[in-house]
Structure formats: C-alpha cells, structure tokens
Design a binder for this molecule. Structure first.
Ligand SMILES: Nc1ncnc2c1ncn2[C@@H]1O[C@H](COP(=O)(O)OP(=O)(O)OP(=O)(O)O)[C@@H](O)[C@H]1O
Ligand SMILES: Cc1ncc(COP(=O)(O)O)c(N)n1
Length: 268
C-alpha cells in the first residue's frame, strides 16, 4: 500500500494545537502520511509562548535529509523557521530534492503576539525561500511585514498586496483575511486570476493554530494530487469546521478541532 507524503519543517507546540502537532494531525485526517523536521521546541499553551529553544540548522537539515533520502515527499511544508541559518538549509533541501510543491506558511509571530522569526530571518526568507515557494500563505500582519507596508483593510487592498507578494517569487499566494472584519475571506492569486475563498465569520475564541492547520491541509491536498485552487478549497472547508467545533481547553485561545471535517459534524 502506498500513501502521499508531506514533510513538515516546523516548530513543536507543547500545547498541541499549532506547529508540528497541527500539521501531523491535519495530514492524518486527510489521509496523508506526514514526516517532520523540528525547527524549535516551544513551551507554550493556549495563553502564550513561555520559552523557545531553536534547533541548530545542521540538525534541521539532518532530520529532513534523513526522511527525504529514504521516504521522499510529494510536498514540503514549512511553518516556524528560526533565523537565517534554518532558512538557508531549507532552501538547500528544496534544491537537492526538488519537491513538486513547496508550501510556505511564513510564521512570523504567534496569535498571542510573540515574534517567532528574527528580522534577519525575514530578509533571508524574502530573498532565498520565496522564489522557491509554490504556495505562500501569509496572514495580513505577516504580509505587511514581508512587504514593509501597512496592513490592508479591504479586499481591493488585499489584491494589491497579493500582486506585490507574487512579485517576490512564489508561484501562488493565499492571503488569509482571518484578521479582517466581516466574513473570513482568503484571496488566492497565481499571477493570472484572483479567487476569493469566503466563509461566514465564526464567533470563536478557539483559534490557536488556525494558520498552521490551514496550510497543512493545503499541503496534504496537494500531496494527493489536487491542483492549487482545489487544494485551497478543501483546506478552507477543513479549517472552517475545525474552528466551528474548536475545543474549550485552557484559559486562552483553545485549539481547533482537527477531526471535525472528517467526522462531518454538521450532518449530525
Ligand atoms: N473567526 C473565524 N471564522 C471563520 N474563519 C476564520 C476565522 N478566523 C480565521 N479564519 C480562517 O482561518 C484560516 C487561518 O487564517 P488566519 O488569518 O487566522 O491565519 P493566521 O493568522 O496565520 O492564524 P492565527 O490567527 O492562528 O495566527 C483562514 O482561512 C481564515 O480565513
Ligand atoms: C510552534 C508554533 N508554530 C506556529 C505557531 C503559530 O500558530 P498560530 O499563529 O496559528 O497560533 C505557534 N504558535 N507555534
């Protein structure tokens, strides 16, 4: 029996809702085998990030190289990358193994506001990783940092941002509008067409790990052979259910429910 594979290069979230933990659960739910290369160990919960311990770039490379040389991967997905050294080795790994798709979720700060990527790291990400990215999934604050501009406030401004992000090199962008008011509209752009993916805003506090989960679902669908637009469509349905049925765990923003999409909870 064979199965599509995603390699997730990301940080560990001890809280279980974001990072590597979100990626592994999401891939499992969507019928994809996930391997991992851990970039950082975070001590965090639903309220905040207490400590971050970065893994040496050589060790990030060694983890990824071990699984790519043996198991391979249809898709490489990156999440939290700490510092320029890690971004450089990810870039080398992409050159060495040339995966069909590279999904980059530019995790720059956590929902609770802790900055997770240094400014030097941001510059290397822009220069080295974005040109090798096939699908970039920034939220609005991340897009603003990547472009060094103020956050967009309207769909028209989001379109302008998407065009500028595309010029940095990624084959396609999904600009996540989760931080705007009104419906949760994400804008897809691949240099040819804009496709909005919209869902009614859910009044939810349990949104820890939404960004990681959404990008992992895109990666999983791409690994199964979907095209980029269809992969985003499934991921949008996946994250919307996961938020709607999020778990009331902890004192802060609880984790989303990764099983809600497979369990078709709305139909009960
Ligand atoms: N309250 C909500 N209701 C419905 N969809 C939402 C809501 N909040 C976020 N989303 C959706 O969740 C996905 C992740 O978007 P978001 O902008 O929250 O990413 P993120 O900022 O990277 O994640 P996080 O907020 O956890 O850091 C997007 O598809 C977004 O539209
Ligand atoms: C290890 C790790 N990676 C990523 C995030 C961002 O997650 P989110 O912004 O979706 O809460 C996080 N909090 N922790």
């Amino acid at each position: 029996m064979t199965i599509p594979v995603v390699l997730s290069i990301a940080g560990s979230d001890s809280g279980g809702g974001a990072g590597i933990q979100a990626d592994l659960k999401t891939c499992q739910e969507l019928g994809v085998f996930a391997t991992s290369a851990i970039t950082a160990i975070t001590a965090q919960n639903t309220v905040g990030v207490h400590q971050v311990k970065a893994i040496e770039p050589e060790m990030v490379y060694a983890q990824a190289d071990a699984v790519l040389a043996d198991i391979g991967a249809n898709v490489i997905k990156t999440g939290m990358l700490v510092g320029e050294g890690q971004i450089k080795v990810v870039s080398q790994l992409i050159d060495k193994y040339t995966p069909a798709e590279v999904v980059v979720d530019p995790v720059i700060s956590s929902t609770s506001g802790t900055q997770l990527l240094t400014n030097e790291g941001l510059a290397v990400l822009r220069k080295q990783l974005l040109p090798k990215t096939t699908l970039l999934t920034p939220n609005l604050p991340e897009a603003a940092l990547l472009l060094n501009q103020k956050e967009p406030k309207t769909i028209a401004e989001m379109k302008e941002f998407a065009i500028q992000l595309h010029q940095l090199g990624p084959r396609a962008i999904v600009l996540k509008g989760g931080h705007l008011e009104g419906d949760a509209v994400d804008l897809f752009y691949d240099g040819r067409e804009f496709i909005p993916f919209s869902a009614a805003r859910i009044k939810a506090t349990h949104t820890h790990g939404t960004g990681c989960t959404f990008a992992a679902a895109i990666a999983a669908e791409l690994a199964k052979g979907s095209n980029r637009v269809n992969a985003v469509r499934v991921a949008k349905a996946f994250i919307t259910k996961a938020i709607k049925y999020g778990f009331e765990l902890g004192e802060g923003k609880g984790p989303t429910n990764h099983a809600a999409y497979r369990q078709q909870l709305d139909k009960e």
